[in-house]
Design a protein around this ligand. Structure first.
Ligand code: AGP
Length: 612
């Protein structure tokens, strides 16, 4: 939700902070700020409403803070509207301590009232300011920063990743983590903290992932870790293999377009290492055979686009495994008292691996004895670390808020898992297995064919970007695909849209279809193509303007019925949605481009939703 960065370094802090905030801006961008301890031990804070460029402008106009230890923050507002006062870092009223925070302090109002009764005044509406005022309150009493930090951690409840500076401790910075991601980087020129590895790559590839309850003390030459009881602990470090270029735009006008075009490579990186000798090899599962042999029910739990992967996966896995499979929204799953036991497999899908709703669902599942397998893109993320088994999509860093390559690689990996399990459970004949393995291998090239002529979608989008309401209709797996097509369009073009089961339209919603209404008909699922054609005729009879998506096999049934037809290569029915989504991504991208929207950072959104 927010991005935090900190450096305890041997060079000027401001350039490191601004560079890091630029990499983190996709996590939240309604305000930004930095705090630096000057060489004289003075805390200097600069913060502004608006994008990072507004802060940069301000630092150019005023004298930028000097000093080598600092913290920075890009905000996605939770408590308090986006303005200068609510921007982070927040200072205590003595001006001695500064804090940046990602997460939500659930009992902040109760603490705020107790501090107000003690005569402490506030200048913002945020929960974060309550933390820094409480910190200063304890610090004034005990005159020891770590004592004050642990006293505060004993009072606050909720999710927090925080960077803390105190002008009486000019040589150090403190990091704390609870239910919000925080990494510590160790480099030649200093120590770093960040919400996301992309903010550190320019300075170090050696990172440690903080766990819940841990506290770290960072100096330019060292990092000490402590557990929730303040006992010193040793942390394992990891080497990040992502290259910096992979996290840059690479000449594309938007990260989203770059990531759409990267999909063949992302699929290749996810599939190829898992196919050897004509077999699908999931070594992550070889150590946990019971996960497959004893499973009686599967839940696929996720949010947003990851949930849409689950909706498609439900159709696929039920066919492959002949087991009941439910796709659930994580935010609903955790409060629906699901009936789970040791024979339940819960598959959690998450690009960031930090979505709090999905994390909470994972913990609920484990509490009830279910086995948890996660499909995650970010290595070492919280969901990955708390799963019994994790399958990584090797899509590389995904920066655009609207997911594309993570979505397709999640889907491919989920299908690979289904085929692998089906073979293990003896439900798949050898011939079909070999065909599927071959089709997985060819999928990158098929995806590249769809991307051969993106202008086709740019031209089509030019004719439709002025619509205010768009319906996606489809049957079976096409309906689930429409959910993603609709979300992509809504997210980045701000056009209202919904995806409807085509057979359900006549039970009410068709009343909304009027002359000129744009309907996107998805008709790639061959067994129901006749039904899909009749649904197209149905909406056209009410004046709808219909564009459609088909395969080489279904195109002939539709050609001439619609004003625009996108055709993707025919592949195994199981894998068809992997190709089907690409035209929908490009259509949404070019519609948003024509509408002048901020495609990589859509309003009100953030890349990783780490609050409930
Ligand atoms: C998709 O384009 C959105 N950015 C959003 O729906 C996202 O898929 C959802 O928040 C889940 O994120 P995750 O995959 O990181 O858990």
């Amino acid at each position: 939700m927010c991005g935090i960065i900190g450096v305890a370094g041997k060079t000027e802090a401001v350039p490191v902070l601004l560079d890091g905030l630029e990499k983190l801006e996709y996590r939240g961008y309604d305000s930004a700020g930095i705090a630096v301890i000057s060489k004289e031990g003075k805390l200097q804070v600069k913060k502004s409403k608006g994008r990072l460029c507004v802060l940069r402008e301000r630092l150019r106009d005023e004298n930028a803070p000097d000093g080598m230890i600092g913290i920075g923050h890009t905000r996605w507002a939770t408590h308090g509207e986006p303005n200068d006062a609510n921007a982070h870092p927040h200072l205590g009223q003595q001006g001695k301590i500064a804090v940046v925070h990602n997460g939500i302090i659930e009992n902040y109002m109760e603490i705020k009232k107790s501090l107000l009764r003690k005569g402490i005044t506030f200048c913002s509406d945020t929960d974060t300011e309550v933390v820094v005022q409480l910190l200063e309150y304890y610090y004034e009493k005990c005159k020891n920063l770590m004592d004050a930090v642990y006293a505060v951690l004993g009072r606050i409840k909720g999710a927090y990743a925080m960077g803390i500076l105190c002008c009486d401790y000019p040589g150090q910075m403190i990091a704390v983590r609870q239910d919000a991601p925080l990494l510590i980087g160790c480099g030649k020129l200093g120590s770093y903290l960040a919400s996301d590895v992309t903010a550190l790559l320019a300075h170090t590839r050696t990172v440690a992932y903080m766990e819940d309850g841990e506290v770290a003390v960072l100096t330019p030459d060292s990092v000490q870790f402590f557990d929730r009881d303040r006992s010193p602990i040793e942390k394992e470090t990891h080497t990040i293999k992502w290259d910096v270029a992979a996290a840059e735009k690479g000449g594309y006008s938007h990260f989203m377009l770059k990531e759409i075009m990267e999909q063949p490579e992302a699929i290749r990186k996810t599939v190829s290492p898992r196919i050897a000798g004509g077999e699908i090899c999931l070594e992550e599962l070889e150590a946990a055979p019971e996960l497959i042999k004893t499973v009686c029910k599967i839940y696929i739990v996720a949010c947003g686009s990851a949930y849409h992967v689950g909706m498609i996966g439900k159709y696929a896995l039920e066919k492959l495994l002949r087991l009941p499979v439910e796709a659930c929204l994580a935010s609903e799953f955790r409060y629906s008292e699901p009936l789970l036991d040791e024979h339940t497999l819960v598959i959690v899908i998450s690009q960031s691996g930090e979505t709090l709703d999905s994390m909470a669902a994972l913990r609920e599942a484990k509490k009830q004895g279910a086995k948890v397998l996660s499909i995650v893109n970010v290595m070492g993320s919280s969901i990955a670390r708390e799963s019994d088994v994790v399958l990584y999509t090797w899509a590389g860093p995904e920066i655009a808020v609207a997911t594309t390559k993570a979505y397709t690689t999640q889907m491919v990996l989920l299908f690979m898992l289904g085929v692998y399990m089906s073979k293990q459970l003896g439900h798949m004949d050898h011939e079909e297995y070999r065909t599927l393995v071959e089709e997985f291998s060819q999928l990158p090239d098929r995806a590249a064919e769809v991307l051969k002529d993106p202008d086709e979608y740019q031209k089509a989008a030019f004719g439709y970007f002025n619509h205010n309401s768009v319906f996606f209709i489809g049957r079976n797996i096409d309906y689930a695909l429409g959910l993603e097509g609709s979300l992509k369009l809504k997210e980045i073009s701000y056009i209202h849209s919904e995806s409807y089961a085509a057979g359900e339209l006549k039970h009410g919603t068709i009343s909304l279809i009027e002359p000129g209404t744009l309907v996107v008909a998805l008709a790639t699922y061959a067994p129901l193509i006749e039904k899909s054609v009749s649904n197209i005729v149905e909406v056209k009879a009410r004046g709808a303007d219909v564009i459609a998506l088909s395969t080489g096999e279904t195109a002939d049934k539709i050609k001439g019925q619609v004003s625009q037809l996108f055709v993707v290569p025919k592949v195994h029915p199981l894998l068809q949605p992997v190709l089907g989504v690409i035209p929908l991504q490009l259509f949404a991208y070019y519609v948003a481009l024509n509408r002048g929207c901020d495609i990589d950072k859509p309003r009100n959104l953030a890349k990783s939703v780490t609050v409930e």
